[in-house]
Write a protein that binds this ligand. Sequence first.
Ligand SMILES: [Zn+2]
Length: 344
Amino acid sequence: MKAQLENIYNLATSDIEQANTIADIEEIRLKYLSRKGEFNSIKKGLKDLSDEEKRTVGALANQITNDLESLLKDKYDKFYQKELNEKLQKDRIDITLSGKYIPEGKVHPLTSTTNEIISIFQGLGFSVVSPELSPEVETEYYNFDMLNVPKDHPARDVQDTFYVKNMPNVVLRSQTSGDQIHIMENQKPPIKVIAPGRVYRNENINARKNNFFHQIEGLYVDKNITFGDLKGVLNEFIRLYFGSARPTRFRSSFFPFTEPSAEVDVQCIMCQGKGCRTCSGTGWLEVLGCGMVDVNVLKGVGIDPDVYTGFAFGMGVERLAMLKYAIDDIRLFFNNDKRFLEQF
Ligand SMILES: [Zn+2]
């Protein structure tokens, strides 16, 4: 029986030696050491031996079992480590690899500037006019006549305004001011609205001028509206848009549809008024035009100028975006160059 045990021990150790994987080790354990394994079937014969033999053979059987278990464990540990290393190597994540680029959509700077301006005026109590009162294709009647623009005014010339082919008196609007007329024809005072929109001019395109651009028109008509209200609203707009209170000046100007009229300048944001290339050395930047609604315009839409007064203003979105972001060429807004657009 001793010889049988030793024989199995030798077979088992040789199997263990040849084992190559964790699966092999498990197979060997089952073959020799499990309840149905070869070792156990021999140990079952112990009961037929004398007490003396039981002790010596039993001790040998235990020792061989322990030895085999220890050999299997060593081998198992070795393979386990090896297979783990292989798995780690294979599944390794290279953290130095660059990530996958997922392009992110951006809002066009003219859209975000328009939205910002709208939001400021909404905060000051203005509402946005509905689009049907702000058509891009307009009649001369709304674009010029009702705005008090004389028949022989140079702005009416084809050199300045796009006329629609084969449609007499129809133009691509040259200003959003025509919206004032649509609004006042459709609404009784108090009126406190802004109208954002695209306008067209027959210009030679250069860094400063494009043949279309965007304006935001404002109109406030009510009882007792004064030039002081106009200054208060526009100074507050400039403070909120440029981020801090800035010196402004209201320069006397002329528009056919406002009287008195003014151009509003803000202290140059580049040089703080010292004079630089952007402000042509003046220290001031022109940001918008405005004025009190002309009596003739109010009469034209049936609003009694003895009861109501109002002010109007118009600003260029491109110009305001260029000033805020120090952009020196208006064409950048329309070239759709991603290197430019991605900066916003
Ligand atoms: Zn300057």
